[in-house]
Design a protein around this ligand. Structure first.
Ligand code: FES
Ligand SMILES: [Fe+2]
Length: 384
């Protein structure tokens, strides 16, 4: 659906900065090459603590990070073959979360029924991806497409960001190209104009015309001289729950958002640059260029964004009812999408729970239903 691009003042919605997530999506939780065979890594997706381990054959597994014996965090444990042994008494769990061995159980004695939740997990783009929701849906949901990842024409610079802020603040920052002012000393962009805004059930696409000037613009091939102004289209896409931002065919970045808690988020970020150098020149320079671009450019941009977003979060916590004013319609579209996705997840969970309940009730047992507030926001998340 096409949306108006006028910059009209509106009051920000209440509740969006506490909204929960749609768990029926894949979330990046760590870099795949940083988890070797035999290692365990603790991760958190929206309050769910998960132990991810790579078994002796290199296979990834993800288990709820709490031993069903006494509740010790399983990430403190040890990988034994394809099993994860809890650190405390050595109970061993397979990738399906079943306890398959208790080292001190007398021979012939039946194992107790001890099961932890397990999560679909996979590696792609050197990232570990987890699916925290209904695991029967995992195969039906796609990972983001990152065509530049395997393309030798692009120089890739990966990075990680940590925000002490709810993911909604980070998402608003990503679609808000009107904040070039913040990055003026990094020779970021200026004079942005929102030219087109579209939304669907699961996406927001915002197109801008943006101007660049300076050494960075020349380096990226946007202009022939550092003092020449180049105006280019930039497309920002929020494909829930992740972002991409593309500047013509010269640079693009992908931000994989990891909501951790109501006041913590992480991002796994890829920046891609198309440099006008032949492959044989570029290839040996790539490691050094990666370090330089990360230090001199990307980390500085990220640090400035982190500071702003964390400042918003702090002031939000002081007064969550304070009605702030916004004029960028793309921000409102992103807010609507976050709330819509969360409400869809709650509805899907309710349907799923009821169908389990009706199955179980015929067997004489009951099921637990998760209320919206248990995940993080009241159902009137978008009171205007
Ligand atoms: S607490 Fe895990 S084995 Fe005892
Ligand atoms: Fe920024």
């Amino acid at each position: 659906m096409e949306l108006a691009t006028d910059l009209n003042s509106q009051v920000l919605k209440v509740g969006v900065h506490e909204v929960g997530i749609n768990g029926n999506c894949w979330y990046a939780v760590g870099w795949a090459d940083q988890l070797k065979s035999g290692e365990v890594m603790p991760v958190t997706i929206w309050h769910q603590a998960i132990a991810v381990y790579r078994d002796a054959s290199g296979q990834l597994h993800a288990l709820e990070d709490a031993c069903p014996h006494k509740g010790v965090a399983l990430h403190k444990g040890k990988v034994q073959g394809d099993l994860l042994a809890c650190r405390y008494h050595g109970w061993e769990f397979n990738g399906d979360g079943q306890c398959v061995n208790i080292p001190y159980l007398p021979e012939g004695q039946k194992l107790p029924c001890a099961q932890v939740k397990y999560y679909p997990v996979q590696a792609k783009y050197n990232l570990i991806w987890l699916f925290p929701g209904d695991r029967t849906l995992a195969k039906t949901k796609a990972l983001p497409e990152i065509p530049e990842f395997d393309d030798p024409d692009w120089l890739m610079v990966p990075s990680t960001a940590y925000f002490q802020a709810h993911f909604s603040f980070c998402n608003e920052n990503s679609v808000d190209l009107f904040h070039g002012f913040l990055h003026e000393h990094q020779q970021g962009w200026f004079d942005p104009v929102l030219t087109r805004l579209q939304e669907t059930e699961s996406t927001v696409k915002a197109e801008f015309q943006v101007s660049y000037k300076g050494r960075l613009a020349k380096f990226l091939g946007l202009s022939a001289h550092a003092n020449q102004v180049a105006t280019q289209p930039v497309v920002v896409e929020y494909q829930y729950p992740h972002f991409s931002c593309k500047l013509q065919t010269m640079s693009s970045n992908y931000m994989m958002r990891l909501p951790v808690s109501a006041t913590e988020s992480r991002s796994f970020v890829f920046f891609f640059f198309k440099l006008r150098l032949p492959h044989w020149v570029l290839k040996p320079l790539e490691p050094a260029l990666r370090v330089l671009l990360r230090r001199l450019l990307i980390l500085q941009f990220l640090a400035q964004d982190v500071e702003m977003v964390e400042s918003e979060q702090l002031n939000y916590l002081k007064d969550p009812e304070w009605r702030r004013v916004e004029i960028n319609p793309a921000v409102f579209a992103v807010q609507r999408l976050m709330v819509r996705q969360y409400m869809q997840f709650i509805e899907a969970q309710t349907v799923h729970s009821s169908s389990i309940a009706s199955t179980h009730s015929t067997k004489g047992s009951s099921s637990k239903k998760q209320s919206p507030t248990a995940i993080g926001v009241s159902s009137d998340a978008v009171r205007s």
